[in-house]
Design a protein around this ligand. Structure first.
Ligand code: AMP
Length: 463
């Protein structure tokens, strides 16, 4: 992948070449085309992933294409013209086209420096930082130049907004950088005030280490139909979770296999994910009849009933929770040793959230997907997203009648112990390969995931 292929303006590409950027990082590959297409973005990525360029390059591309004359005279020019007419010049508020909010001064300065680097061949575009601790006269001088791009920490920006020095009515692009940190630092009210002062037609891009909880709520409030981009870092690749796929022929095979796997001695507590609320209820009933202590958790249940079920899970009275995606988001019970995908999730992101219900608090976990033969492509989509291969496992007595797709082969049958954090494939076995990929050597698990070599090693964030 090249920067040209992402559709960026040639002046920007020249600046990138001069800066020594040879190819886009994973977050840039995904974010730049979507942002150029005008999409709102919710991006979870870490510092060092190249996220500044991921939002700044498409923004510069967009702003470089807008008509500079439409912006009118700069406030400085207006004041000079007023003086020439013998009038007392009135201060005119700056009208930025783009605003980047950052939690700290250091980050704001870094963003501004990078922006200068990327826009070196776009003479019309100016970026300035408005920061706490900077003298007011200096800031007034910067604002008087009517910069197209403002990079600011929320507190100081509010001061200028409230005293009429900045007018956001012409704003086209709003970026929240490290949104989780801004919320941790107590900027939520300031952010809401600033967002409210911007036009609803703006494009919004939010970058954060996590998109869960409070950040997720805010993100949903301030974006429209956003594209969600998740760049997994080493920390959230779930390297302590063993993943497996079991192919099943039909529903009865799936149910028999699930019952068998739930009797695993190493299982303390488990979450079984289903696609529908009805299935969650039906399976919970069936498992209770079969002698398991199971309970369903889904969005049709009243909050009270949901809370009681979660309490029973935490106290260990419920051993197996049958849940839908929405209901199970954020469940943090360290004694959950197993996650089962009774149905595969619709989106690969949900797979990552689901399996993250196990392997918490530094423990190991096992995540098993029960997959119909026709769903092999969905497994591959998950593998592409997580840049990890999921070995196929077969258990004696529960073998599928059909053999799985030729790209897959089965991993060693047998049990799993909580101390076992390998993905379960025999050394040397391949369970998935991209067309043209060299056969992979799979030695044992040695702390880093050998199966992620084609993705994670190339991944810029891991350098
Ligand atoms: P960030 O995650 O935005 O803080 O970027 C981390 C560092 O990577 C910065 O020093 C950038 O200048 C640099 N960087 C960003 N994108 C690229 C790229 N495509 N190639 C090489 N370096 C990059």
């Amino acid at each position: 992948m090249t920067f040209e292929a992402l559709g960026l303006n040639t002046s920007i590409i020249k600046a990138l070449t001069d800066a020594g950027y040879t190819k886009p990082t994973p977050v840039q590959e995904q974010a730049i085309p979507a942002a150029i297409a005008g999409k709102d973005l919710l991006v979870s990525s870490q510092t060092g992933s190249g996220k500044t360029a991921a939002f700044m390059l498409p923004s510069l591309h967009r702003l470089a294409g807008t008509d500079p004359v439409a912006a009118g005279k700069t406030p400085n020019q207006e004041m000079q013209a007023a003086r020439a007419r013998g009038e007392r010049p009135r201060f005119k508020a700056a009208q930025p086209k783009m605003l980047v909010l950052t939690p700290t001064r250091e980050l704001a300065l870094q963003v501004t420096t990078n922006t200068d680097k990327y826009s070196v061949n776009l003479r019309r575009l100016k970026a300035v930082s408005i920061l706490g601790g900077m003298p007011y006269p200096k800031q007034m001088q910067l604002l008087a130049k009517n910069p197209e791009i403002l990079v600011a920490t929320p507190g100081r920006l509010i001061d200028h907004m409230e005293s009429g020095k900045i007018d956001f009515s012409q704003l086209e692009i709003l970026v929240l950088d490290e949104a989780d940190r801004m919320l941790d630092m107590g900027f939520i009210d300031d952010i809401e005030k600033i967002v409210d002062a911007t036009p609803s037609t703006r494009q919004t891009m939010l970058f954060s280490a996590t998109l869960d909880g409070v950040v997720g709520n805010m993100a949903r409030r301030i974006t429209k139909d956003p594209q969600v981009i998740q760049i997994l870092s080493a920390a959230n690749k779930h390297e302590n979770i063993t993943q497996r796929v079991h192919f099943v022929d039909d529903l009865s095979h799936k149910n028999r296999l699930l019952d068998h796997l739930l009797r695993d001695e190493a299982l303390d507590q488990a979450v079984v994910f289903t696609a529908t609320k009805r299935d969650a209820d039906t399976i919970a009933d069936r498992l209770n009849i079969a002698g398991f202590s199971a309970a369903a958790l889904h969005g049709d249940m009243h909050q009270g009933a949901r809370n009681r079920t979660l309490d029973s899970l935490r106290r260990g009275q419920v051993k197996i929770l049958i849940a839908t995606d929405v209901a199970a988001r954020g469940i943090d019970v360290p004694t959950i040793t197993h996650v089962f995908n009774y149905d595969l999730p619709k989106f690969p992101e949900d797979y990552v959230h689901r399996i993250g219900r196990t392997g918490r608090a530094g423990r190991n976990g096992l995540a098993i997907s029960l997959v119909n033969h026709a769903e092999g492509m969905n497994v591959k989509r998950i593998e592409r997203f997580t840049k990890q291969l999921i070995p196929v496992n077969v258990i004696e007595g529960y073998e599928p009648k059909k053999t799985s797709s030729p790209a897959r082969s089965s991993a060693r049958p047998g049990g799993w112990k909580p101390g076992d954090n390998r993905t379960g494939a025999k050394p040397g076995q391949r369970s998935f390969s991209k067309p043209g990929a060299a056969p992979r050597k799979e030695g044992g698990y040695k702390g880093s995931n050998p199966r992620s070599s084609d993705g994670a090693r190339r991944s810029y964030g891991d350098r």
